[in-house]
Design a protein around this ligand. Sequence first.
Ligand SMILES: [Zn+2]
Length: 335
Amino acid sequence: MHTAGDVRVEERDDPKIIEPTDAIIRLTATCICGSDLWPYRGVEPADHQVMGHEYVGVVEEIGAEVKTVKVGDFVVGSFVISDNTCEICRAGYQSKCVHGEFVAQTIGTQSELARIPHADGTLVATPGQPSSELVPSLLATSDVLGTGWFGAVAAEAGPGKTVAVVGDGAVGLMAVLAARQLGAQRIIAMSRHPERQELARFYGATDIVAERGDEGVARIKDLTQGLGAHSVIEAVGTQESTMQAINITRPGGHMGFVGVNYDVSIPGIDLFFAGIHTHGGPAPVRRFLPELIQLVWDQKIDPGKVFDLTLPLDQAPEGYQAMDERRAVKVLLTL
Ligand SMILES: [Zn+2]
């Protein structure tokens, strides 16, 4: 991305092994994330930066110390590099690893090849070579599914719970899928878009609420005997969506927040009197990858349906435009 709104596909030097813990992967597929729209729209600065942080591919070369993946393995990795051995990783917060590094900022996986540091800690090999039909779903585990899943876990979605999901983008839809898998009794998706409402129902939503803001809060209260939901997942990151999520969480309930929230400010007094648990941040996708890969491998879940536009990598600029104009929920780029 040369600057906001200006994405170009260019030839760059092939990455090389630098550290003995590195691996080079040849991408099979990659995609464009909702968070890639922040620099595209000028909310974050962009100055000739590499793009992309979701990836699946085949290991092409490994450093001398890499043990858990080998050349030829099909692998999935998280959007944050992690050693998976430090105290923070072992506690399950690999996205805050002491050796953490955002793939988006320094590596960029909207590319043919990528150097993955801490390959043993970051990459997970699939049980074998996947069929092409499984590739989109495996790619989804790399970020959107892992992020939606963390949102649902952070919100303590589970049996007997009423779950509300704020946001009908890819992560919100994946949070619906996660809540269903975790056994939630009732799942309310907040969405105004007919085609996204349909996808939310496909993934397990039992109710749809189209209203937003105060009206949305009132509608959720109506549906929950005036109490609010037990578990709320915030998957947008705006001021309105954040306050909506806090206000629809019942006292003692849990709000999981996974929408990247620029310039959101929560009045302390509102949070104080809400009396809720809040837990969120950049999702530790690596924690969930082995389980999510297995669910996809066994065809128990179909997160790949969230990709509604597929383009070759060299048409990435069109993919950005389609997502920016909301013509696509999520764009898959093929190599
Ligand atoms: Zn770590």
